[in-house]
Ligand binder design. Structure first.
Ligand code: HEC
Ligand code: HEC
Length: 293
């Protein structure tokens, strides 16, 4: 009874094609060349395609792991998507230490182009290795000033120190509203920091710089300063062994000093024994009383 389906007439298949486009308006669209351009300007600060993890996961092969619709939802507003309870979105968010990916103000067509680009590259995602920890080009001296607010940001945004802590010889104190940034370069690298400063993914920080963007020169200076801070902190951590030995020497020196002092006091005490001070005073007063008599 159930024979093969009759072949569709050209007209019927056209209708089917059209209805498919209406039902799945996102399928098979996008221009990979345009997608590559957008990817490099918007996403590359946080993602590589095949070169490893940066701030976010390596996106190589994502089009095989997730549906087009899933990628659209994630890129448009990952926080909302995660909150909706999607298991994979939640898992990747947990894996990346709950670092929220900023929502991207991109049209559906542009996201399609990015997907087309990712599809054209293909490949396999790599685990670590995408964080670039080489010295950035900016001026770290300018970075210190911008960080602690001794020089104002061109567009009037608040200084970083009003929210962030930092351990650095030329920085005093710092805010406690947000994480300490001493070692942040180690985790995010120059590109990750650039991504965050060009488009802060955290609500509080985003609000602080809304309409008051940090300029590219300022970003390079801050990158260079954060690199410096990380290098210095790494060095002083590496020198912790010396610090420990130095501490022991101080402690032993202190103990030796204490022994010497005890011996000295002991000797003084022995000298004093025959004639107690109080006794002398007492005697003297008795003598004085004798005279008065
Ligand atoms: C400021 C950094 C940042 C930027 C910019 C950024 N992302 Fe992300 N992205 C992340 C992080 C971090 C994650 C990991 C998930 C999370 O923490 O929410 C992520 C996850 C993803 C995922 C899920 C990956 C997976 O394996 O499931 C996709 C897809 C994605 N990003 C695409 C993009 C695209 C496309 C762009 C550019 C339009 C972009 N991202 C821009 C930080 C960023
Ligand atoms: C209004 C407060 C505020 C200001 C000002 C601010 N930030 Fe942030 N920043 C935050 C918050 C909140 C976070 C999210 C992490 C957290 O909760 O501590 C964050 C996160 C970051 C991170 C990522 C840290 C990590 O470990 O993932 C970097 C890097 C960063 N900020 C750099 C800067 C720099 C550089 C400046 C100055 C140009 C700056 N911030 C100014 C509030 C602020």
């Amino acid at each position: 009874m159930a024979g093969p389906l009759p072949a569709l007439s050209p007209r019927a298949s056209k209708v089917l094609d059209l209805s498919e486009k209406l039902v799945f308006p996102l399928s098979k669209q996008g221009d990979p060349a345009e997608g590559k351009k957008i990817f490099q300007t918007v996403c590359f600060a946080c993602h590589t395609v095949g070169q490893g993890v940066r701030v976010g996961p390596d996106l190589a092969g994502i089009t095989k792991r997730q549906s087009r619709e899933w990628i659209h939802k994630f890129v448009t507003n990952s926080a909302k998507f995660i909150a909706s309870g999607d298991k994979d979105a939640k898992a990747i968010f947990e894996e990346f230490k709950k670092f929220p990916m900023p929502p991207q103000a991109l049209s559906a067509a542009k996201i399609d182009s990015i997907i087309a680009y990712l599809e054209s590259v293909g490949g396999v995602a790599r685990a670590g290795g995408g964080v670039d920890k080489t010295r950035p080009e900016g001026d770290p001296g300018l970075g210190v000033e911008l960080f602690q607010g001794t020089r104002r940001l061109t567009n009037g945004g608040p200084s970083c120190i009003s929210c962030h802590g930092m351990k650095h010889p030329s920085i005093m104190g710092g805010g406690t509203m947000a994480v300490d940034l001493t070692m942040v370069y180690d985790r995010l690298g120059g590109a990750g920091i650039k991504g965050i400063l060009s488009s802060p993914p955290f609500p509080l920080m985003k609000k602080a710089y809304e309409g008051r963007p940090i300029t590219p020169d300022e970003i390079s200076a801050l990158q260079a300063f954060l690199f410096d801070a990380y290098q210095q902190a790494k060095k002083s951590k590496g020198g912790a062994g010396i610090g420990w030995q130095y501490g022991l020497i101080l402690l032993l020196g202190g103990l030796l000093g204490l022994v010497v002092l005890l011996l000295l006091f002991g000797a003084l005490w022995r000298d004093r024994k025959p004639g107690l001070v109080n006794q002398k005073i007492y005697d003297r007063q008795l003598g004085a009383a004798d005279i008065a008599d």
